[in-house]
Write a protein that binds this ligand. Structure first.
Ligand SMILES: Nc1nc2c(ncn2[C@@H]2O[C@H](COP(=O)(O)OP(=O)(O)OP(=O)(O)O)[C@@H](O)[C@H]2O)c(=O)[nH]1
Ligand SMILES: [Mg+2]
Ligand SMILES: [Zn+2]
Length: 290
């Protein structure tokens, strides 16, 4: 499945791309780019009939209902993109994507763009070091440059990668450079004068040398669905490792007296962890060892 748009979808097989109709009803909204589907011909129409089990799924929550919604299926890797400036560096959003990737079974790497623009080098270095320390590949550069594009290609290594991150960080710019397929790259719309022309529907784009990418729509805030503590910890291996040395049962490790975690993890990391725990409803409210 390449793309889902309302009642129809673009599917691909060994013969090429085809338009197919989706079943009516709620099942429709559960199908996403990357899904493997069973398609049957009826008359001169193609119908999507079944969904194969997913190996991975990147999910987010709907901002209002908090219901979880799949974004990309069967991707091997999430490339979490953020720019150093314009829009500003957002480790808090990166952390949410890292939790979502860990929960969904995807490997995750970080790609930091717009380093050609003036930025705070110390903050940038710190952010790179933090994510490398917890085991992620980090690449950084000008998303429009050949070096950055080739570094990304190498990172993907013929696999299927989802490009995710805030709006305006260069996902479509990178997608176009990697695939040679031009899609909406954000420019201020002259005609409408209303702002950015951005990506809406996630679409699976094959790479010339194997593998594929899914260019997704940027988000202002990335909401996680309801998750338990273990799931959040999966995205914070530094907190999880320190938490093993905490002697309190039921501790949130976010500032309780005598907890070993705040001494072992930076305040920024811990605050990001705390906010995510709170947001997904996994924070224990009463002081566990008062
Ligand atoms: N200076 C600079 N500009 C960049 C870089 N990467 C992207 N841009 C520009 O940033 C703008 C937004 O890029 P897009 O590729 O549309 O961003 P996006 O992440 O796809 O945004 P959404 O589709 O809204 O999620 C475009 O004008 C790009 O040319 C970079 O590394 N450096
Ligand atoms: Mg885009
Ligand atoms: Zn603790």
């Amino acid at each position: 499945m390449i793309r889902v748009a309302g009642p129809s979808a673009t599917v691909r097989d060994e013969l090429g791309e085809h338009e197919a109709r989706l079943p009516a009803g709620r099942g429709r909204e559960r199908l996403v780019a990357g899904d493997r589907v069973i398609v049957r011909a009826r008359g001169d129409e193609l119908l999507v009939e079944g969904l194969e089990p997913r190996t991975t799924v990147l999910e987010r929550a709907d901002g209002h209902s908090r219901r979880s919604r799949p974004l990309v299926a069967n991707a091997d890797l999430a490339i979490v993109m953020t720019s150093v400036v314009d829009p500003p560096l957002r480790p808090d959003i990166v952390d949410r994507y890292l939790v979502a990737a860990a929960v969904g079974g995807l490997e995750a790497a970080i790609a930091i763009t717009k380093v050609d623009l003036e930025h705070d080098r110390a903050v940038f270095d710190e952010v790179c070091a933090t994510y490398r320390r917890i085991g992620h590949s980090v690449i950084a550069g000008d998303a429009r440059s050949r070096e950055f594009v080739e570094a990304t290609r190498e990172l993907i290594g013929g696999r299927v990668a989802a490009l995710v991150g805030p709006s305006g960080v260069g996902k479509s710019t990178l997608a176009a450079a990697l695939t040679g397929v031009e899609r909406a790259v954000g420019e201020v719309s002259q005609k409408a004068g209303t702002g950015r022309h951005t990506t809406t529907d996630p679409r699976l784009l094959p790479l010339p040398d194997g593998g594929a990418i899914v260019d997704t729509a940027g988000v202002r805030t990335f909401h996680l669905p309801a998750l338990d503590v273990r799931s959040v910890e999966a995205g914070f291996p530094d907190v999880a490792a320190a938490a093993e040395r905490c002697r309190f049962r039921g501790c949130n490790h976010v500032g309780e007296d005598g907890c070993a975690v705040p001494g072992a993890v930076s305040p920024d990391r811990l605050e990001s962890y705390r906010r995510i725990l709170e947001e997904v409803g996994a924070l224990t409210r009463r002081a566990p060892h008062a």
